[in-house]
Design a protein. Structure first.
Length: 133
């Protein structure tokens, strides 16, 4: 069984790779997919915090708001509200009509704006996790 530190490292390393993938997808004009990876980046970082807070494996869920509560991060209300929007980027299991509507909304400007916000939050979470280790 992996130590707490090894588990946290697994999630943060994976989030780092996915952050790079998010940016590559954005540059490749794969906007919906880029935002999907943005959701994954934040999810993985939050799961690292859940491990630190609970000393247990994080639940196999994708809801950023719920993971934030489990992690007990005390994030500001704007970030918590933003997580509700980012939850909608998790399109893998969505119905085709939802995916089609989502794809139409993913313009270059929309994707760039959200990749920038997700990257900012990701970097803040990286700093916060360094302080908790």
């Amino acid at each position: 069984m992996l130590s707490i530190g090894e588990q946290v490292k697994h999630w943060t390393d994976s989030a780092e790779r996915d952050c790079a993938t998010m940016k590559v997808l954005l540059n490749s004009r794969r906007y919906p997919e880029s935002l999907f990876f943005g959701h994954i980046v934040l999810e993985k970082m939050l799961k690292a915090f859940v491990i630190l807070a609970t000393k247990e494996q994080p639940p196999k869920i994708h809801d950023l708001s719920y993971l934030t509560k489990l992690a007990d991060l005390g994030l500001d209300k704007n970030t918590l509200n933003y997580f509700e929007l980012v939850n909608k980027f998790n399109i893998r299991a969505r119905y085709d009509d939802y995916k089609k509507a989502f794809y139409k909304s993913c313009t270059k400007g929309y994707a760039e704006e959200h990749v920038q916000k997700i990257t900012k939050i990701y970097k803040e979470l990286c700093q916060k996790i360094k302080q908790k280790k």
